[in-house]
Design a protein around this ligand. Structure first.
Ligand SMILES: [Mg+2]
Length: 419
């Protein structure tokens, strides 16, 4: 056994905590004690939906696979294999465009349940190998924090390199057990870990060291940074900023271009990101969308669509014992312009009829159906526990129907649904 003076600092800390009040808080404190040397992995499955299809259907291997609606129907591409991406096919592109770009493309209907089941298997492997500090971002993406996995007195770069065996193991086990490939990024924060996993796809493994993060970011376009979309990128262009390097060098005030986000954006450009992993699995919103076979402004069709969406959403809310304070509608026109509008109620919403009427009212108030719609969506957010529903379970268990009374929610007039 090492003499105490030879032990790494992390080991000494760990021993002391057994006798002190630090013990319980140790895991929570350690990342902060070592705040300059976090180690975050970002795991991203390669062309997930298309890869599952190619694994399950050998005739699709090596072929340009496009998961989504066939080009004869209106609809979009959900995912494309790397072979199809070489032709410029991308997710969310209309299928008709995809078939024009890639005439040899093999269109496959999505099997969402199969992808969800596969996701479950992959994430189980991640949890088995990497422990509990995991933030799953989607069916095929997760952040893993392994900050507490190494001695505190090693350098930030050494700690990042120390995570490589785990990253390799994750990739190898997913390939062996699920026959699917994943790319992994290793970096000191979420922002960089995601860029790293994307850097050498497919089957990539990239480390962005603390000491080289600023140089790594310099040549990238500003849109590579988390949160920078078309509008922000356009605003930045007006300031002559195109690359992250331009942003790093910009000494003026960014607020006229990006508002209150200026300080955080500048930190992102320097490769600094203090966002913690969100380890809960809280649902933030529930929504339902319909893409029409033909653009429509027919009120009967739109109302029916909202009614069905409202029933679906409130059903999901009920299963989770949740209520929503905010309702939102989303419309997309034939030219792909997309608008969302929302409205918040003081009383939480749980009932399909209320959600439906609010959706209709928003469509009317905002004059969103001034031309035919390609897509109509309804959503519920600002979710809270439905306390009335929380009380129902014990009442039901005793037998008999619960006495359920709810104040009728006073709604604004609904000009849209009056025909
Ligand atoms: Mg992916």
């Amino acid at each position: 056994m090492l003499a105490p003076s030879c032990q790494p600092r992390g080991a000494r800390l760990r021993e002391r905590t057994f006798h002190g009040f630090l013990f319980r808080k140790f895991d929570a404190w350690l990342p902060r004690l070592c705040s300059l040397s976090r180690v975050i992995l970002h795991l991203d499955m390669d062309a997930f939906y298309a890869s599952v299809e190619q694994r399950d259907r050998p005739e699709l291997r090596g072929r340009p696979v496009i998961v989504g609606s066939p080009p004869t129907q209106r609809g979009v591409v959900c995912a494309a294999s790397y072979e199809a991406r070489r032709f410029g096919v991308r997710s969310a592109m209309p299928s008709i465009t995809a078939s024009r770009l890639c005439p040899e493309g093999m269109f496959v209907s999505p099997r969402i349940d199969a992808y969800r089941a596969e996701s479950h298997e992959v994430m189980a492997i991640v949890r088995e190998l990497a422990g509990g500090r995991i933030q799953q971002m989607s069916v095929d993406e997760a952040y893993i924090e392994v900050t507490s996995g190494g001695p505190c007195d090693s350098s930030p770069d050494e700690r990042l390199i120390g995570a490589l065996p785990l990253a390799r193991k994750l990739k190898a086990e997913i390939l062996t057990r699920r026959h699917l490939s994943a790319s992994v990024g290793v970096a000191p924060n979420k922002l960089l870990a995601k860029l790293a996993s994307d850097y050498q796809k497919p089957d990539g493994l990239t480390v962005i060291r603390e000491s080289e993060k600023v140089a790594f970011l310099r040549p990238l376009e500003v849109q590579s940074l988390h949160g920078v979309g078309h509008v922000t990128a356009e605003n930045l262009r007006r300031a002559g900023i195109r690359t992250v390097g331009d942003l790093q060098d910009y000494s003026g005030d960014l607020r006229p271009f990006v508002g209150s986000w200026a300080a955080e954006l500048k930190r992102f450009a320097m490769g600094e990101d203090h966002r913690p992993l969100e380890l809960g699995d809280d649902v933030k919103s529930i929504s339902s969308e319909t893409t029409f076979l033909r653009d429509t402004d027919d009120r009967t069709i739109l109302r029916q669509c909202l009614r069905e969406a409202a029933a679906e959403i409130t059903g999901k809310l009920a299963r989770r014992r949740l209520a929503a304070h905010t309702v939102l509608v989303k419309v997309r026109y034939g030219n792909f312009t997309t608008l969302t509008r929302q409205f918040s109620m003081e009383e939480p919403i749980t009932e399909a009829g209320v959600l439906f009427r609010l959706g209709c009212w928003l469509l009317g108030r905002e004059h969103l159906v001034h031309r035919p719609l390609r897509l109509l969506g309804l959503g519920a957010s600002s979710l809270v526990e439905d306390r009335l529903r929380q009380m129902e379970l014990p009442l039901r268990l005793k037998g008999g129907e619960p006495q359920r009374q709810r104040h009728s929610q006073s709604l604004p007039n609904d000009p849209y649904s009056k025909s």
